[in-house]
Design a protein around this ligand. Structure first.
Ligand SMILES: [Zn+2]
Length: 676
């Protein structure tokens, strides 16, 4: 979640799908196998690869990127080589049973652009090489890539000041005559091997896992090496925790590798994280457990993408969320709210279903694949109960490790642990778009004054919490299983009757938030589809152009909307002198946070996001000290505060930010329901 991206880049998947009707099965015994001998020539910025493999009737073809320069091709008479637009395809000839293949080729690596954030469009680092290291991503198809994951042995030769890291089990690393030769075995089938070469300080720790010793390593640059001990301890703690929760850890080791690139990657048995962010708590507490859990879910059990990638949702749920819930119920509630809040800013036309999610490629897909995916598993846990949910996860791991699985595999596994019809539940959430909007009224026809009528705009299946307060203000929560559009509910009330009902007060359901619950954020404006701009007064610099070019994703609308076009989603940006903006904000009931009021009084620049009946307004206040160049810098900085409702910066650089408090939607019920 968040920062770390995963190995199977979207474009790579599309590329493969074009060649093969992807269907992953296979355990190690049926998998194709590849032997690679890789030499890194750092002065020339290239790798030379000697690859040997075997085509058989069960693995009759593979692809290799055609950016490689082939220097030796031994495919015999039983195989044939084709060149497609961006790759070679090497395939068994019809009627043949097997063919040994030997290829030698070199790949020129572009010089790395570490400072400008050289990343592919998917956020992972792209390939590069120089004197201090190299990165060769699996999604570049740099070695024979079969239709299904293959096992592999890799030998990597570098100059001795460098070190190589690859997924799998390191079986040796020897330093002779100025060269280092490292060997890796991947006995578990893998699709797309990433290779990393760098100058690192290596620390190691071993511990006894459920089925064998597990070797933990950090490969850190000098600045981060003091963090090694902490990382090794965290890795041990998380792996032990998830061995208890899910089952035996599937690899012989786990490594955390510092990356000179601004983003990171997760892959079987290791994670590659930017050296600039290793020190931050959110990496230690969220990204690290997330990557570790992917060794079971995503790498251990692979998601069969054609029916939706469940692995991000389940990993986010069991790692990011589960660790949060262990520490604090209220932080867990905030995280669930965050998923719904992110969803609230997804435009309907950008929404996809869980079954069409493959990997994150923009904000909207991450709100679904990670947010809705995690909430889906949360709701599943609510339906099953926590002990049954955990049994189901253990069973899933026990039955499907190193195989591929789909949502229906998970459904069938969990069905063993419940009487609820999971078919209905999965059908309601996996292939669908949208979310329920829930409403409640007191039915007028009731005889005993105890009936509420819940309505939802679809046949969504879940357990819903209803919190109600009697006129005496005694609060109670009940849980109702819902699957129909209309559901009558009995609530036991005292003679005073029920005054107020709150639906899903703890955000346990994938649903549309009520407008009262939506805390306005700065991001609402950054991503606004058709923002409009208004200059408040003439004694202040005009920020329209800067805001349009450097702050917003979409341009400010040239012509303001006509009054008749005003809709709920209208976002308007008002820029003015800071004292004038302060006066506006002092009148607002939303902007009454004491921290904000204090910070605002000393600020030279402020941003506040407010919602109101006719839409949303972003107030930007600038003091006379701010010139155009400073405004550019401040706006660029403000983009990093998207999740907040407000931000203030003083001329000395003091920065404060915060969110308005979350409102509640209360359904007011008249206590005087008609009695028969
Ligand atoms: Zn992930």
């Amino acid at each position: 979640m968040g920062l770390i991206k995963h190995k199977l880049a979207y474009f790579f998947f599309l590329f493969l799908s074009a060649f093969f009707n992807i269907h992953q099965t296979a355990n190690a015994a049926d998998s194709p196998h590849v032997d690679l001998y890789v030499t890194y020539e750092e002065k020339a910025g290239k790798v030379v690869v000697h690859a040997t493999t075997f085509l058989t009737t069960s693995a009759p073809k593979f692809v290799l990127s055609n950016v490689v320069t082939l220097t030796n091709v031994e495919i015999g008479n039983n195989a044939v080589i084709y060149e497609a637009s961006d790759s070679y395809l090497i395939a068994l000839k019809e009627g043949q049973n097997s063919a040994p293949i030997v290829l030698t080729y070199s790949i020129s690596l572009p010089a790395s652009k570490k400072t400008d954030g050289s990343t592919d469009h998917n956020g992972g680092a792209d390939w590069s090489g120089d004197q201090t290291g190299a990165f060769i991503p699996g999604n570049r198809i740099w070695y024979p890539l079969f239709q299904e994951p293959s096992t592999a042995n890799i030998t990597i030769k570098t100059r001795s000041h460098l070190r190589a890291v690859a997924p799998g089990h390191e079986t040796g690393s020897e330093d002779t005559n100025g060269y280092r030769v490292s060997t890796f075995e991947m006995p578990q089938p893998i699709l797309g091997i990433d290779l990393m070469i760098g100058q690192w300080l290596v620390s190691e720790k071993q511990f006894q896992g459920i089925t064998g010793r597990i070797i933990l390593r950090t490969y850190f640059d000098e600045n981060n090496s003091p963090l090694s001990e902490e990382y090794l301890a965290l890795c041990e703690r998380y792996i032990k925790y998830y061995e208890e929760l899910i089952g035996p850890y599937p690899y012989t080791g786990f490594a955390v590798v510092s990356s000179p690139f601004p983003t990171g990657l997760g892959m079987p048995s290791l994670t590659y994280i930017s050296e600039k962010i290793l020190k931050y708590p959110f990496i230690k507490n969220r990204s690290l457990p997330h990557e570790i859990v992917h060794n079971w879910l995503g790498n251990g059990i692979r998601a069969s993408y054609e029916s939706g990638n469940w692995s991000e949702g389940l990993t986010t749920y069991l790692a990011d969320y589960w660790q949060t819930e262990l520490k604090s119920q209220s932080a867990a509630k905030d995280m669930r709210y965050g998923w719904l809040r992110n969803y609230a800013s997804v435009a309907r036309e950008d929404e996809q279903s869980l079954s069409s999610f493959s990997s994150r490629h923009h904000t909207a897909s991450s709100a679904i694949g990670y947010g809705k995916g995690a909430m889906f598993f949360h709701m599943l846990r609510t339906v099953l109960g926590k002990p049954a949910f955990i049994s189901c996860i253990k069973d899933f791991w026990g039955s499907f490790q190193f195989k591929s699985a789909s949502y229906s595999t998970i459904r069938d596994t969990c069905q063993k642990y419940t009487n609820a019809d999971l078919n209905l539940f999965f059908e309601a959430w996996v292939p669908t778009l949208g979310a329920p909007t829930i409403s409640v009224v007191k039915t007028p026809r009731m005889s005993d004054n105890r009936q509420l009528l819940l309505t939802q705009d679809g046949s969504w299946v879940y357990n819903l919490e209803i919190e109600y307060a009697s006129l005496k203000n005694e609060s109670e929560i009940i849980t109702i299983p819902l699957e129909n559009k209309l559901t009558e509910v009995n609530i036991l009330e005292n003679s005073k009757g029920v005054a107020q009902v709150q639906i899903d007060p703890n955000f346990n359901v994938w649903r549309n938030l009520y407008s009262e619950e939506i805390v306005p954020t700065i991001r609402d404006f950054i991503v606004a589809k058709e923002p409009i701009y208004k200059q408040l007064g003439s004694n202040v610099i005009n920020g329209q152009k800067l805001i349009s070019e450097y702050f917003l994703e979409n341009e400010i609308q040239k012509k303001p909307h006509k009054a008749s076009d005003l809709s709920e989603r209208l976002e308007s940006i008002h820029l003015g002198d800071i004292s004038e903006v302060r006066d506006h904000l002092l009148l607002s009931t939303q902007a009454n946070d004491q921290r904000f009021l204090t910070a605002m009084s000393n600020a030279d620049f402020l941003i506040a996001s407010l919602s109101h009946m006719r839409g949303k307004t972003l107030f930007i206040g600038v003091s006379p000290k701010i010139d155009e160049e400073m405004l550019f810098m401040l706006l660029s900085r403000a983009r990093h505060y998207g999740k907040y409702s407000w931000l203030t910066i003083s001329s000395s650089g003091q920065t404060f930010s915060g969110k308005w408090s979350r409102g509640k939607k209360l359904f007011e019920l008249s206590a005087s329901g008609r009695k028969n």
